[in-house]
Design a protein around this ligand. Structure first.
Ligand code: ZN
Length: 297
């Protein structure tokens, strides 16, 4: 549901010191800087996605690109990836959220999110942080960590801190959209009430402990953040599968990222042929298949 912004505590990195590459080419950087945010908003409105990017070019460009990738997957590989109900950029100090330093989140249930407002925000709406208030609490040399213009480096830092499953710069966007896709699938499969109950179950502190005890070792192969809960395991796992199939220059998916994964649609016969595993023996992909299908116990 959310990404906690994290970086190594004792040795706060400077942008130039980071040595990995997260896929943002010079050409893409130029495109991002020259983008017309209102034009992007218009384009997304036409796709039925209301947005308010507050003029943030990086968030607007990356959101639109990620949606384009998801639509290409649907068109080329007959996947059924749902799109968000809206994308908004806000100072998280003004929202009813646990942490003001999250990069973004997707709300799983309809909620009153905006402080001082009774407006109910529909589920599957995605928010990204302006960091306006959070930034002021950091020493000047670390403020770049809350600056979206450094998205390539921020993606690297998060990956190095095992808070994300890939260092691809679109990770944060693919992560939130993966929640949307998962949520949409479960909503169709279970209905709103049953899903709300399962979300309550998953987010329960005792259950989280149980989850980590039972599956922690295998789930931590995705990344540490996947240990947060079962929804985050899916939110972290799907983006790394997609990132692996994106062409570096064009960001077009060159093959179906879901073939042979827990997210592939199986025939009845294939489903029946999945062997039975005890919880301890279950391979990571089968654990994820269960979560994907709403089996969280
Ligand atoms: Zn998440």
């Amino acid at each position: 549901m959310k990404i906690i912004f994290a970086y190594p505590n004792n040795n706060s990195p400077q942008p130039k010191n980071i040595v990995f590459g997260a896929g943002l080419t010079r050409e893409i950087g130029r495109e991002m800087r020259n983008v017309n945010v209102l034009e992007i908003s218009d384009r997304l409105t036409q796709k039925g996605i209301p947005t308010d990017f507050k003029g943030n070019k990086v968030i607007a460009w990356c959101s639109a690109k990620t949606i384009e990738v998801f639509q290409q997957l649907n068109k080329n590989f007959q996947t059924h990836l749902a799109l968000p109900k809206g994308i908004y950029v806000e100072d998280f100090a003004g929202l009813n959220v646990d942490s003001q330093t999250m990069l973004g989140f997707c709300n799983l249930l309809p909620t009153k999110l905006i402080k001082g407002s009774s407006e109910i925000i529909p589920s599957r709406t995605v928010f990204f942080n302006t960091f306006e208030t959070a930034k002021k609490q950091l020493p000047p040399e670390e403020q770049w960590l809350f600056d979206w213009n450094y998205i390539n480096e921020i993606a690297d830092v998060n990956y190095a801190a095992k808070q994300s499953s890939t260092n691809h710069f679109l990770y944060f966007f693919m992560h939130e959209l993966s929640h949307v896709v998962h949520e949409d699938r479960l909503l169709n499969k279970l209905g709103g009430q049953a899903l709300a109950k399962r979300i309550e179950f998953v987010k329960n502190a005792k259950q989280i402990e149980e989850y980590q005890k039972k599956y922690g070792q295998k789930i931590s192969k995705i990344c540490e953040y996947a240990l947060t809960d079962q929804f985050e395991a899916i939110g972290c796992d799907i983006p790394r599968r997609i990132a692996n199939t994106l062409d570096n220059e064009t960001l077009i998916p060159i093959k179906n990222p879901f073939l042979g994964t827990p997210y592939e649609r199986l025939s009845l016969r294939q489903r029946i042929n999945i062997p039975f595993y005890s919880d301890e023996k279950r391979p990571l992909d089968e654990i994820l298949r269960n979560f994907w299908n709403g089996k969280f116990k």
